[in-house]
Write a protein that binds this ligand. Structure first.
Ligand code: HEC
Length: 203
């Protein structure tokens, strides 16, 4: 009987020690602060040869892609203020959390995809309509859900000519075979870093 009590006490002691050493969850423990960068240079991907008739559309598309800041997410390094211009628009291995990482340790994360015309890593096999729908309506390739964190809400008013110009431009740039990590569902552990665009308002 005595030995039984001793055993229980010992077990309790271990349990108490384990609890005491486990630090409370610090939501920022897995993060480092990056320098704030207000201006990210817009990347200019290398051009493929373009048929003369398409030149106007491609030029306008280039202007719109720069103006609308597509490369600020779709270029590796850009989300951390250091875009890899050799891989302009070829996707980002830094992701964007779409659920709040300050509330949940493992948020859902999407990695801005490769939008160069590479047939495997990029959107080379997408139809014009599929690309237009992604940009203007946030519809993914298989149309099953709205794209997360892609700011298509800001692009819904693009007229047909402008969307066609963007498509013409995206088709004109060099394909880059650069794979980005797949989506991480909430609760899963991301293998690559991510940023979070949170908006807080005081109560
Ligand atoms: C704030 C970051 C951000 C900006 C700016 C942005 N995108 Fe995206 N885009 C994303 C993310 C993230 C996804 C993937 C979302 C998902 O899978 O749910 C995406 C998806 C896409 C897709 C679908 C590709 C695929 O493989 O699923 C296309 C096409 C696309 N974006 C084009 C553009 C164009 C063109 C612009 C500029 C007009 C642009 N994006 C601006 C973040 C961004």
């Amino acid at each position: 009987m005595t030995s039984h009590i001793t055993l229980v006490t010992a077990a309790t002691a271990v349990l108490v020690t384990a609890c005491a050493t486990e630090a409370p969850y610090d939501p920022l423990q897995d993060y480092e602060e990056l320098d704030s960068t207000s201006i990210v240079p817009a990347p200019r991907p290398a051009m493929q040869r373009v048929a003369p008739g398409d030149r106007d559309a491609v030029e306008r598309g280039s202007y719109l892609v720069e103006l609308l800041g597509c490369g600020a997410c779709h270029t590796d390094g850009a989300l951390e203020g250091d875009p890899d211009l050799a891989r302009a628009l070829a996707g980002s291995r830094t992701g964007i959390a779409y659920t709040n990482p300050l509330e949940h340790k493992n948020p859902g994360v999407v990695y801005p995809p490769n939008i160069t015309p590479d047939e495997d890593a990029g959107i080379g096999l997408w139809s014009d309509t599929q690309i237009a729908n992604a940009v203007r309506a946030g519809i993914g390739q298989h149309g099953n859900r709205r794209l997360a964190t892609m700011p298509w809400q800001g692009y819904t008013k693009l007229n047909d000519d402008d969307v066609e110009a963007i498509v013409a431009y995206l088709r004109s740039i060099e394909p880059v075979a650069f794979e980005v990590p797949g989506e991480v569902r909430p609760g899963g552990k991301a293998s690559h870093p991510f940023v979070y665009f949170g908006i807080y308002r005081s109560r």
